[in-house]
Write a protein that binds this ligand. Sequence first.
Ligand SMILES: [Zn+2]
Length: 457
Amino acid sequence: MHRKKSSSLGLVLFLLVIAGIFGGIYFLNHDPRFEKVKPVINMGKEIFWNPENGLEIDVSDNYGLKNIEVYVEDGENEEKISDIKLSGDKNYKVEVNFPKKGILAKDNFLKLTIVVRDKSLWQFFRGNKTVKKAIVSIDKKKPELTLINNSYSIGKGGSGVAIFRVKDKSLKSVYIVTNFGKKFYPNPFYKKDYYISLFAWPIFQKKFRAWVVAVDKAGNKTKQYIPLYVKDRNYRVSYIKAKDSFIDGKIATLAEDRPERIKNMNRLQKLNFVNAIYRVENEDLIRKVTTPVDNSKINNFNIKRFYPLRNGAVVGTYGDHRYYYYKTKDNIISESYHMGVDMASVKHGNIKTSNKALVVFAHYNGIYGNNLILYHGLGLYSLYGHCSEFLVQKGDVVKAGTIVAHTGKTGLALGDHLHFGLMVQGVMVRPAEWMDQRWIKTHITSIIAKAKKIIGN
Ligand SMILES: [Zn+2]
């Protein structure tokens, strides 16, 4: 009797212990403070370091980080160069400095060990740990940069080209940068270590200066000025009367593309909305489509002059600063810049591409109406606005001489015409240059030919 009672008590105790164990396991598995995901060290197995600069280490964790230790080793000595307590955030960029003495970089190589722990209570409250080892290549050498050839001049709103050579064992990026911060990215050119890039002077910038910049993985940087004769250029200012028929017709229709935005706007506000605000939105999309450069190697860039509309009369020029006034000239209600050239021929005229291209955009785009954009390589794009019809679609590769669309009056256009534009890595440039075979030869193709001569076989 007594035995039986004691054994049932034992069973209860046994079950309680089991329940406690399972409960504990359940708790450890479900309480976030005991999470088991290891931290991540975002770094390759081979890194480049100039000892004069700090080395940035990028660490992250799903829960939060507790500390980081960094060691360097030269084969004989090991030195702890960092032991930092972290305050529990998920991401850190920790900068460590090269040891002042005690470590010798034999043959310019070192071993690096990084130990990171998260703030989890797992592993008996020590946290989850990640250890990463990397080979450090000591790199104090700046990239070697030689300018081979470039256009000798550039005009405001215009384009140019530069060819240069960059050599470095750990090259990270090469680009052209301007005084106003715009970067132009090059394509590989002709032979190993050579690059080519178009660049452009946006019409809104008063001055133009440009440099080639090369940066390696150790942060060593070389910058070289591109000597250019810069030519300022005046663009036309015109005053256009905004007639009621225009505002109530085209403007009102285009404003309806954004019904929620034009609520409570009067007719003059609607004109400014379409002409200035909606225009910026449409041109932002164009910039987004026309900024990328493909990474293909350029051997030749035999661009022919653009001549999109046979017998097309120029009815609007690039760069016009247009003021719209209502009733009297002193009542300016909106202004804009015309970023292409308007050409008119016959109704539904054939639009031809003079150069082979990839179709990158064929879609309605606000004031540009049915808008076609073609890519010709080296960051150069051509644009066709107000089309009545597309004869190609996005993704098509078209040969030089192909009829790609018909002119029309979609978007902000009163009569049937073509709005033709050219972009260099997102900058809307003066089409007249690229429509002139002599300009192309002097400023682009002969510069490239001479560069190839200098580089040799
Ligand atoms: Zn136009």
